[in-house]
Write a protein of this length. Structure first.
Length: 391
């Protein structure tokens, strides 16, 4: 029987239990996230207040060097400018707003809740170790990466009070500070088992190196007239997918077989969610005041360019076909998630949570593509698309 058929049968008979667990772990994640957000605000304020300009410059330099992106490096003048703004408006307006902007994303349901369910399902993890691991690796690192992306992609939302130039500076130094805080907490993930502690650190180092390398490739790809599917898959798999794979690949447990299952599942899950995110960019978000945009690089844009290069010139048909192919790529990642999950023991206590979560986000993927193909945002993105296709 195929994975999909077994999956559908499971959904018919076990949906109720999955929904119950989803409610439970999303509630726990919300509580953990709320505490983590306040902790992050406190730690960022404290580090900013107690650090000299030279220390902040070093933190910024180390972060920029780690990602090999000089665009993230802050100058002394920028640090001074940020201090003036913080003094003028107060820490609550600048730093609190920055952290809350950085933590506004969907990490709550797609990282924290699954990580809690995975770790508690595996069992045997001490509470203090769980908290340090999940806060340092599961919250701080993804938030730092997301803030970094908003700077590199020039998608920092404007603040109603703070000058945009200074707000960008805040994001650059803020991403570096959160990364610094993450590493501090990760050092506190001490299980008491040397081999396990070494494995966690080694896996984290590998993950960070991969993300940094592919972040650089992503930045380069934005400026290329054409990005091959092969290069694009490397960017997604080595950056976007690796961030979440690193979270689950560092679960502080000696049950390596289970950890690897979650690591592989998370890798594919992140790929599927990125495809969803790309489609959401094409749709825009009126609640956030975000106009429909074309994610660059993305599978959608790459497929559009391939068809343009083949001589097709009907923009509407190109977008429809690109959306269809993007959905197929999302389904490919989805199949990878199901295959990984199928390796979990049938009696794994939190398996129903993952079944229902995977089902839900696959429905989101299909519904978003269906919504886009209605064509309501075609006229908005078509001029920019034609501009990109002609390059």
């Amino acid at each position: 029987m195929s994975f999909k058929k077994k999956y559908i049968i499971w959904m018919i008979f076990n949906k109720r239990k999955g929904l119950s667990q989803a409610k439970k772990y999303n509630k726990k994640a919300k509580e953990f996230w709320k505490v983590g957000e306040e902790q992050m605000i406190t730690e960022v304020k404290e580090l900013f207040n107690t650090s000299s300009d030279e220390k902040l410059l070093q933190i910024s330099k180390n972060y920029a060097n780690k990602l090999d992106l000089k665009e993230l490096l802050c100058s002394k003048d920028e640090i001074e400018e940020l201090r003036k703004i913080v003094k003028h408006f107060g820490k609550d307006v600048v730093i609190t707003d920055f952290v809350r902007y950085g933590t506004r994303t969907g990490f709550l349901t797609v990282v924290v809740a699954p990580a809690l369910a995975a770790a508690e399902g595996i069992g045997g993890i001490k509470g203090d170790v769980m908290n340090e691991w999940l806060y340092g690796i599961g919250i701080c690192l993804p938030v730092s990466a997301d803030v970094c992306d908003s700077v590199i992609d020039n998608e920092v939302l404007k603040h109603p009070l703070i000058p945009h130039k200074t707000w960008i500076i805040c994001h650059k130094i803020g991403a570096a500070i959160i990364f610094y805080i993450a590493l501090k907490h990760i050092k506190n993930v001490k299980t008491g088992k040397k081999d396990l502690d070494r494995r966690i650190f080694r896996r984290l180092t590998e993950g960070l190196d991969s993300v940094a390398k592919k972040q650089k490739m992503d930045f380069k790809a934005q400026r290329l007239p054409r990005v091959s599917l092969n290069m694009l898959e490397k960017i997604y798999d080595g950056k976007i997918c690796e961030i979440e794979a690193t979270v689950f690949g560092t679960i502080p447990s000696n049950k390596l077989d289970l950890v690897k299952i979650f690591e592989e599942g998370a890798r594919n899950f992140a790929g599927e969610l990125q495809v969803v995110d790309d489609i959401e960019d094409l749709l825009g978000d009126t609640n956030l005041g975000k106009e429909p945009t074309i994610p660059n690089p993305s599978y959608f844009l790459t497929y559009c360019k391939e068809m343009w290069r083949d001589g097709k010139r009907n923009a509407k048909k190109i977008m429809e076909e690109a959306a269809k192919k993007t959905l197929e790529m999302g389904e490919k990642y989805h199949e990878g998630v199901i295959k990984a999950l199928d390796n979990l023991p049938k009696n794994f206590s939190t398996r129903p949570f993952f079944e229902i979560t995977i089902w839900y986000y696959n429905r989101v993927l299909k519904d978003k593509v269906k919504e886009f193909k209605k064509g309501e945002t075609y006229s908005v993105i078509e001029p920019k698309l034609i501009e990109l296709l002609k390059k």
